[in-house]
Design a protein around this ligand. Structure first.
Ligand code: FMN
Length: 257
């Protein structure tokens, strides 16, 4: 019988190397993004030897410089408003800092991108492109259950809060009855990474099995406040593109140049 890996296994070196073994067995894998620390150079070399482009997620210019030393090809500069594990520097400040720190290595801008105006801003701040997460969660193709998708559509920007309760590291996700319980004055403090994951894994799984949407605080960035309806991804992409072109055209004709 196959035994399930313990929670947190994916954050260990052994767990990461197992995933890499799968990646290199599949020639259609063209890009790997490493997060939560610089990948060791031997990992980057192994991926490069298979023709895979390697990126790294950075929340500060110091992180980005370390990742460049490991030999990565692209940096994703992720501001603190992003969904998932984030640092403390917001996109507006972080993107150009990282661009300047790693030039000429290309930078993708992440954290709070939800309209063509954000895409145009990313270009203006020196990025080569954008990297989005949250805006896909309200889409028709989203991995979320219908109940949770509804909560995403109703959520405001301030409902996407950064807490350590799910993994032990600051993680931005939707506020829920679960995060409210941990925020209570008499609640215990979260444990460090891996230990906290082990502690809460069973409870999180039960919320999922019961489809208890009120208790599920799925990862989400502050841009969730812009998700107002369920749309197919094709439509979201088309709107981003049109809005970006209109913004660039407005700037071109607005007398700012
Ligand atoms: C549901 C969800 C899961 C994510 N999982 C990961 C992950 O496993 N690894 C990672 O590096 N980033 C992860 N992220 C962060 C995204 O890669 C991306 O940087 C972020 O969503 C961009 O900001 P935005 O949410 O404002 O679009 C996740 C984000 C979301 C919303």
């Amino acid at each position: 019988m196959l035994r399930e890996k313990p929670p947190g296994h994916g954050h260990t070196e052994e767990g990461v190397l197992e995933v890499l073994d799968v990646v290199v067995r599949h020639p259609q894998a063209k890009f790997v993004l490493s997060a939560m620390g610089a990948p060791p150079p031997y990992v980057v070399d192994r991926l490069h030897s298979k023709g895979v482009v390697v990126g790294a997620m950075a929340g500060s210019s110091e992180h980005a410089q370390k990742q460049i030393q490991s030999g990565v090809d692209i940096i994703v500069a992720q501001g603190s408003e992003a969904g998932g594990h984030t640092g403390t520097i917001s996109s507006m400040v972080l993107w150009p800092e990282v661009v300047d720190a790693v030039s000429p290595v290309p930078v993708l801008a992440a954290g709070g991108v939800g309209s063509g105006r954000h895409v145009a801003a990313a270009f203006a701040l020196g990025a080569e492109g954008v990297w989005c997460g949250t805006i896909w969660l309200g889409s028709s193709e989203s991995e979320l259950s219908p109940a949770l998708r509804k909560r995403f559509i109703a959520a405001r920007s301030q409902d996407a809060i950064q807490r350590k309760y799910d993994t032990g590291k600051p993680l931005r996700g939707l506020r829920s009855k679960w995060t409210d319980a941990w925020d209570a004055p008499d609640a215990p403090r979260p444990l460090p990474l891996a230990a906290q994951k082990l502690l809460v894994a069973a409870a999180l799984k039960r919320f999922e099995l019961a489809d208890a949407a009120d208790y599920m605080g799925y990862m989400s960035g502050q841009i969730v406040g812009r998700i107002k309806e369920e749309l197919p991804i094709r439509e979201i992409m088309a709107r981003l593109k049109v809005d970006c072109h209109q913004t660039l055209e407005r700037l071109r004709t607005s007398g700012w140049q």
